[in-house]
Design a protein around this ligand. Structure first.
Ligand code: 5CA
Length: 450
């Protein structure tokens, strides 16, 4: 992509309405534009990262054996009357009346709708286990939408729903989600710690939230610092292996880690004092086991092995896809801008031409651009006739992890400069060697994007 042809409306000034760094940088880097409180347009750069996050989520869900689909954003109130949540959900639910006077709502979540899909189509235990999920926009009329995409009113969520015959199978589905989430967040360059939490309006008393530690997080968290040493890494997982998934759940949840909703001072005090931490965190996902809450209320039963109808065991499992952009930036930035982890960066490498219009420099940049594209990677080539300082500032702000700087002086010696956004370190290499290094860096970070 050539910057001159792209749409990157970078702001010089820091917008005064943005209180936290991720919101400031998302506005300044031209990633989002507020349309009304808590509702945003996703400009090309923001949209590109959002799509990458979605793709990582899809890849990891499919790897775990879960089945993608898509449900609508607008739902009928009648379904919610069946579960009793139409009245319980309160003011966060955006209620709409259509031209025929029918009560509708913009879905804040999809338990009722998926239960309806299930009960209309599945009648035997032989079709279980089943996990269906979608990535779809949600609306919650939050009292205080704030911090940009962190607490929006319209936001993108992956929500998955599990259907099982027995509680034991449903808990395995829960564990499978926990395992797949650990890998998902790590691929995004994040450490998200599962913490015991509260069911809230979704229900159920067995639930974990995934928290990214950050000073600007909205949740207060209490944990044993030993949980931050746990890494998921590149493990070979058999998602049908109950013992393996249970083992990983135990590995990642046996140390004390809770949000303020379930914090237990006595248990916390049992953690050695030097490892006790109180901090703040951003909730980037939550998994729930709630048994037959919805299936009983809505008549979602299957014929069991003995021929008798049994209400299906359910759980629901969410990832805050749009919130993740904010969380990643909170976790990875400096005073010049964003620093994208390789796994989610909108473009893989920035190419800065120090002397646009210089025949040799232009040709070298174009050759590098082509070679990077030939690797299946996306470069962003700043081909504008701007000062070098301005080009560097833009690249630093939008946070591409690698930059290749090309200028007539270097080219005379046959070199360009490869710079790491994270460390600021540069090395002089031949253009071919710089491209080769980019190929090596991204060998393990393949995510398709737009
Ligand atoms: N149906 C269940 C899970 S499938 C559910 O709705 N869970 S939730 O309420 O915990 O939401 C899932 C995730 O969506 C949260 O962990 C959070 O990361 C994200 N989320 C929730 N509310 C907002 C919001 N107002 N703005 C941005 N993201 C949000």
């Amino acid at each position: 992509m050539r910057l001159s042809r792209y749409f990157l409306p970078v702001l010089k000034e820091t917008p005064s309405e943005a209180q936290i760094v991720s919101h400031r940088y998302m506005l300044r880097a031209g990633m989002i534009k507020q349309s009304s409180a808590g509702i945003y347009s996703w400009l090309p750069l923001g949209f590109k990262v959002l799509r990458k996050l979605e793709n990582i989520v899809h890849e990891e869900q499919v790897r775990a054996g879960h089945v993608p689909m898509l449900m609508p954003t607008l739902q009928s109130a009648d379904l919610w009357r069946e579960s009793g949540r139409y009245d319980d959900y309160g003011e966060e639910m955006l209620r709409i009346t259509d031209r025929h006077g029918r009560d509708m709502l913009y879905g804040p979540t999809n338990e009722e709708m998926i239960t309806d899909v299930f009960r209309s189509n599945v009648s035997s235990y032989k079709d279980l286990p089943l996990t269906l999920y979608h990535i779809q926009w949600k609306f919650r009329d939050e009292v205080r939408p704030r911090f940009g995409v962190m607490r929006g009113r319209e936001f993108l969520m992956k929500d998955g729903y599990t259907f099982d015959l027995t509680k034991d199978d449903a808990l395995h589905a829960y564990n499978r989600h926990l395992v797949s989430y650990l890998r998902t967040y790590e691929r995004m360059g994040l450490q998200a710690i599962p913490m015991r939490a509260d069911g809230g309006p979704i229900g159920g008393d067995y639930t974990h939230e995934f928290l990214v530690l950050a000073e600007t997080g909205e949740s207060e968290v209490f944990y044993d610092s030993a949980v931050t040493d746990l890494k998921f890494g590149d493990r070979d997982i058999d998602f049908d292996d109950k013992a393996q998934c249970q083992g990983i759940l135990e590995e990642f949840t046996s140390k004390y880690a809770r949000t303020d909703e379930t914090h237990d001072e006595a248990l916390f005090n049992a953690v050695p004092e030097e490892r006790r931490r109180t901090a703040r965190g951003i909730e980037v996902g939550q998994i729930f086991y709630f048994g037959t809450k919805y299936s009983e209320a809505m008549g979602a039963t299957v014929q069991g092995p003995d021929g008798k109808p049994v209400p299906v065991e359910m759980g629901s499992h969410g990832i805050g896809v749009s919130r993740l952009l904010g969380a990643i930036i909170e976790a990875s930035h400096d005073d010049k801008g964003i620093i994208w982890p390789e796994g989610v960066t909108p473009f893989h490498v920035g190419i800065v031409n120090l002397k646009q219009g210089d025949e040799e420099a232009d040709a070298a940049c174009e050759a590098i651009e082509k070679s990077i594209e030939a690797l299946g990677l996306e470069p962003l080539y700043d081909d504008r006739k701007e000062r070098a300082g301005g080009k560097f500032a833009t690249m630093d702000l939008i946070g591409l992890p690698w930059r290749i700087t090309v200028g007539p002086r270097g080219l005379k010696n046959g070199v360009v400069e490869l710079t790491s956004r994270r460390t600021g370190e540069s090395e002089e290499l031949s253009p071919e060697a710089a491209v080769q290094k980019i190929a090596e860096i991204y060998a393990n970070h393949r995510v398709s994007g737009l």
